[in-house]
Design a protein around this ligand. Structure first.
Ligand code: ATP
Ligand code: MG
Length: 165
């Protein structure tokens, strides 16, 4: 679990995908807050490497307040992620920004817990996002909380291409 309010949760998960892929592990990423058509820097690189990722959010979850839609998208995303976890076809699965689906109850924690506990013990599942549930933190083997010391954004530097997206 990569959680906390500092910068680096998603990029750390991407770094782990790089490392795992280099060792021949079968990796896959599900992004719960990214639009299907998003082509950020990481997506361009994943395309070059042939690593699979799926965008599952509507990309406007923070702004739209369209909670019913967000809930449906998160539930759909979880059904795909769950199938991947149960497929036995991967060694590392990243559930990027999945903490929010749990926090807002769009995906029921008890079901996630059952699926994670029943998974192949050799399958690594990485969850990123702020406000990880205490239950998720308790279940996880490795948890890192990234603390923001400072961020260029606060000095007036906006999101930078290739650094933020
Ligand atoms: P990154 O994708 O850079 O690893 P993250 O996954 O830790 O960031 P998120 O909470 O997913 O952070 O934030 C999404 C966006 O906000 C990213 O563009 C990220 O770089 C940026 N960001 C993250 N933390 C901060 C912060 N403390 N202040 C300002 N912007 C931030
Ligand atoms: Mg992130």
């Amino acid at each position: 679990v990569n959680t906390g309010n500092g910068k680096g949760k998603t990029t750390a998960a991407l770094g782990l995908m790089l490392r795992a892929h280099g060792r021949g592990l079968r990796v896959r990423m599900f992004q719960f807050l990214k639009h299907e058509s998003a082509k950020f820097g990481e997506h361009r690189t994943l395309d070059v490497l042939g690593l699979p990722y799926e965008g599952l959010g509507d990309g406007f979850t923070w702004r739209s307040r369209d909670l019913e839609n967000s809930a449906a998208m998160a539930a759909h995303g979880w059904s795909l992620a769950r199938a991947a976890i149960e497929s036995g076809e991967h060694d590392l699965i990243v559930l990027d920004e999945f903490t929010y689906a749990l926090k807002y109850g769009w995906v029921p924690w008890p079901e996630v817990e059952v699926v994670l506990r029943a998974r192949d013990p050799l399958l690594h599942v990485v969850v990123t996002g702020r406000d990880a549930l205490p239950e998720l933190i308790a279940l996880a083997d490795t948890v890192s909380e990234i603390r923001p010391v400072k961020h260029a954004y606060e000095a007036g530097i906006g999101a930078q291409t290739g650094i933020e997206y």
